[in-house]
Design a binder for this molecule. Structure first.
Ligand code: AMP
Ligand code: ZN
Length: 497
């Protein structure tokens, strides 16, 4: 198997990936809290892990991919308190909390499908694992790392930090953490402001609550991921991922809970994706600068000049490495639209270019193409560098266009190498990067088929220097509001309007 390297947040080093069980990978990604529609920032993170999942499978691993649904309404606000996001939304929409959960889970799945993300192998819900969460709280109490106060249970951070490292992922030391929290006020039950709730007692005004040995309440947010990851992937598993805003407190607390309950650190490689920003600011619901997927597709947003297709948006996100910040802008999206079309065009040409069987091999050409084939894997093996992989696919698409336009003599390549290039291009475009041709969508392929035919006729007219026919085709199409463009690389694209 080829050697993959992953940047591990635990030590911030690019490490050789070695699964715990040969040939198998356990991958856990923190899923959405289902109280509202996923915005494009969320899409970016899930898309990054879709690439991880796809590429691991491409390498031949059998992957169990677990991505949870947070359907208990806790988000931790800046003061470190849990807020019932789902209960609040239920009140706003005058629905049952479980209706909110159902509505936004369906909406999340629809969004993932629009951008061609593969479904995980298991999608467990927090509400489906309350029993296991209660059991974990009990183990933490039994081991002396948590205490009960008025029906809530808190993790004892100072005690834990004396014996173990706390805050590894975020790199915060325990004293710095003190600054991030407000002082305890009179009604606070915690012994220390850094302690966090692993069980929170609530009264009957909270519509979502469960019975426990400590009275009615809800599990703390970090607990569900500790429970569900290890339940389905084992006490120790390979990769755990999420957006970098989850490093602290969510993931650092997960590590503390697992050690507190079971004495082991569960994760071998932690992966964190960087944020999608808009005008340099993190896209988030609370800042009110979030753009929803359907707004970007329709162009129906005050900051957008036009709409963009789902594959253009996917391509746009793949153009940057998952660990770099990515800024959403009209210019970048327009450039991505052109880039995506060029690649998709080459992909559509793949079944139109065949080797003629004559081999008059040029060592130089043969070597150059073999290098391109290899480079696709070289870059993906380098911590999933989709940006560089796309650059290699562009070079391949130039070759494919040149062959199609007879500007490159195909006999300079062996049939084996040429076929391998086609297969590599197709595999990386579709299976690894999850892109697809959007041409045949929406019109049952008839329009596209007809356009292919017309452009084919125009191409042979041009080859025969029959300018009357080729100009007539272009002008008639123009009258129909279809703009035909001959690209520098020899390809031809068309757009309506
Ligand atoms: P949430 O729905 O808030 O629970 O977040 C779901 C996932 O989206 C988490 O992994 C977050 O880290 C991630 N996320 C939230 N905002 C952004 C953003 N602006 N860019 C990238 N990922 C984000
Ligand atoms: Zn999580």
């Amino acid at each position: 198997m080829e050697t993959l390297h992953i940047t591990n947040t635990l030590n911030r080093k690019k490490e050789k990936f070695e699964p715990l069980v040969e040939g198998h990978v356990g991958l856990y990604v923190c899923g959405p809290t289902v109280y509202s529609t996923a915005h494009l920032g969320n899409v970016r993170t899930f898309l990054s892990f879709d690439i991880v999942y796809r590429y691991l499978k491409h390498l031949g691993y059998k992957v169990r991919y677990v991505r949870n649904i947070t359907d208990v309404g806790h988000i931790t606000n800046s003061a470190g308190d849990d807020v019932d996001s789902i209960g609040n939304q239920a009140k706003l929409e005058n629905l049952e909390p479980m209706e909110i959960v159902q509505k936004y889970t369906i909406s999340f799945h629809d969004t993932m499908k629009i951008f061609n993300l593969e479904a995980p192998s298991i999608e467990p819900t927090a509400t489906g694992h309350i029993v296991e969460q209660i059991e974990m709280v009990q183990r933490i109490i039994d081991n002396g790392y948590a205490y009960e106060k008025n029906g809530s249970v808190y993790f004892d951070v100072p005690k834990f930090a004396k014996e173990h490292s706390y805050g590894k992922l975020s790199g915060r030391n325990i004293d710095e953490q003190q600054d991030g929290y407000r002082e305890l006020d009179a009604q606070d039950e915690k012994n220390d402001p850094r302690d966090f709730a692993i069980w929170k007692g609530v009264d009957e005004t909270f519509p979502m609550r469960w019975n426990s040995p400590w009275g009615e309440g809800v599990p703390g947010w970090h607990l569900e991921c500790s429970v569900m990851s290890t339940k389905y992937l084992g006490q120790k598993f390979d990769i755990h991922g999420g957006g970098m805003d989850l490093k602290f407190p969510h993931h650092d607390c997960e590590i503390a809970q697992s050690i507190g309950a079971d004495g082991t650190e569960p994760v071998r490689y932690w992966m964190h994706t960087n944020m999608l920003t808009m005008n340099g600011q993190k896209m988030s619901k609370s800042l009110g600068n979030s753009v929803l997927p359907l707004e970007l597709i329709s162009g129906n947003h005050e900051l957008l000049e036009q709409g963009y297709s789902p594959m253009t948006i996917r391509f746009f996100m793949l153009q940057s490495h998952y660990a770099s910040q990515l800024d959403l802008s009209n210019d970048a999206l327009q450039a991505a639209e052109k880039g995506y079309k060029r690649l998709a065009n080459a992909f559509d040409l793949l079944d139109k270019v065949e080797h003629n069987g004559k081999e008059n091999i040029s060592d130089e050409e043969e070597k150059a193409v073999l290098k391109l084939i290899q480079d696709c894997s070289v870059y993906m093996n380098d911590d999933f560098n989709t940006a560089q992989t796309l650059a290699v696919l562009f070079e391949m698409s130039n070759k494919i266009n040149a062959i199609y336009n007879k500007q490159f003599d195909i006999s300079l390549l062996s049939k084996a190498t040429f076929d391998k290039m086609k297969a590599t291009f197709a595999a990386f475009f579709t299976n690894v990067l999850g892109l697809k041709s959007e041409k045949s969508e929406g019109s049952n392929g008839v329009t596209d088929g007809l356009m292919d035919l017309i452009l084919e006729i125009r191409k042979s007219a041009r080859e025969n220097k029959d300018w009357t026919i080729s100009d007539k085709i272009r002008d008639e199409l123009k009258a129909l509001n279809i703009v035909v463009k001959d690209e520098k690389d020899g390809g031809t694209t068309w757009t309506v309007g």
